[in-house]
Ligand binder design. Sequence first.
Ligand code: ARG
Length: 579
Amino acid sequence: MSCFFRRSIAAKLGRTLQQSEDVFIPALTAVNVIKKQQAADFRLSLYALRIMGILPSSGDIQLQTETLASQLKQDSVVEDISAGSGVINFKVNRRLLAEKLLEPFGKGGGDTFGLDSELFNTLKRGTTLVEYSSPNIAKKFHAGHLRSTIIGNFIANLKQSLGHDVIRMNYLGDWGMQFGLLGAGFGQFGCVEKLKENPLQHLFEVYVRVNKEAEHKEDTKQAARDFFRQLEQHESQAMSLWQQFREITVREYQHIYKRLGVHFDVYSGESFHQDQAQEVVRLLQSRGLLKTSEKGTGVVDLSPDGDMSSVCTLLRSDGTTLYITRDIAAAIDRKAKYCFDEMIYVTDKSQEHHFSQLFQILLAMGHPWAGGCRHVPFGLVQGMKTRTGEVVFLEDVLDEARARMLHNMSQSNTTKELENPEDTAEKVGIGALIVQDFKGPLLSDYKFDWDRILQAQGDTGVFLQYTHARLCSLIQRNEGMEAATFQPSLLREQTSTIILQHLLRYDEVLYQSAQDLQPKHLVNFLLKLCHLIASAHRELPVKGSPQDVAQARLRLFSGTRSVLANGMRILGIIPVNKM
Ligand code: ARG
């Protein structure tokens, strides 16, 4: 456990500086290992102590550093304390390092490694609602929806691991003019058989055809408007067709999300908030917050000076509500239903303005909890194509990832006999999509390239899966060997120490990800772990080593396997045992 060391160093600091030791816990960071020899394990920044008001912020910082370093006494846990430039370095006892970190992994434990860290003590836990994926019925499922799906799933997994109650919500685009068109077009172009067989594709086809026709045929346009009006008035025939489209779509999506390892607790949607949106409008009107613009639309003034220089439209001139009006209603409804402490929306960056307006309006309406709402924006993906062309359906991407991975596996001579090669290829392929997507800041755009993401070497999801499978096979080959007696002092090589030092950082990495909701910290941590494990395979052989050394090394390998697997699961990757 990394907190054992943090705690002992903090206690030492607390005694010397006559402060509660708790304040030092977050100020200590595990040193980021670089290839070369690394002596220190933890570091304390004197600047941080100054900012925290623990040390006076005047005077020579170097002198302050050296004085404090000389006041701190070494002991059997912290063996070396030295002053660097504005920082104090701590080196802990090597045997204890191995013992404290790897002991929990004996007897199959260690699943909470990193997650039970004291770093999380200050974190407010509660109910977190994460809204993600949210595709639009009958429309294209584009790369942006895929990003939202995997990013939202990561955030939900992370929050859940850290002890939050998480509600996973899918907010479907299940209302609006597209249903008018679909309703009008289905009689003409629809086919009940096809709808049963391949619902997403069929609805999309009908939608595209009727859309085209509506471009030049006034009749079609009128029929669509009529159908949508029937829906808005909840006429039973129109509603029943709509219901059918929605149900079939949800069922189909559930099936595909399952392949991705994603699930939702709630399938909500815009349709649910149609009537409430009208209530929101009335409420805003009664409070004098809704103004009528020159064009006859209903707007809320969001300009700082109240001069209407920045407004948000909530009502069309024909009295119908908009996307944002439904979002206001939805947020209020969710707060009442789920009593969340925070709510996180995951969409591409083009909706940043939308969400900032949403939160502002909620605050203006007197909902202070809107302060706990957050939008996580992400950048655009260019060029996500499959062999058959542009991506229209999520299923196409998953099929393509699986097919390409299956092909790569069949070319490789390290591929093992697999019970279900398709299933393995799917998990590895999806992991590759996820790693590629999570490596950089979410806000960056990137160019999609199948060949690059599926490379076996290099920083890819395939490399994570390969490392995991290789560890599993090593552990399996030596089953029964890893005895209860673990001698940590036998892990003396630099290669082991670096891995252990790297593991010390795991809780900080999770902490960072929990703060900024960016998966890159965790992805890069795991990729580095895999590189270190590759060196360990070369330099710390199990086979042919004396039994006690082999046992100690196996413990190191099984501990890292467990951390790797848990980290992968948080990212949304299902680790494979063989590939
Ligand atoms: N269905 C929307 C789209 O495809 C995304 C919904 C985002 N969530 C929200 N509460 N507005 O663009």
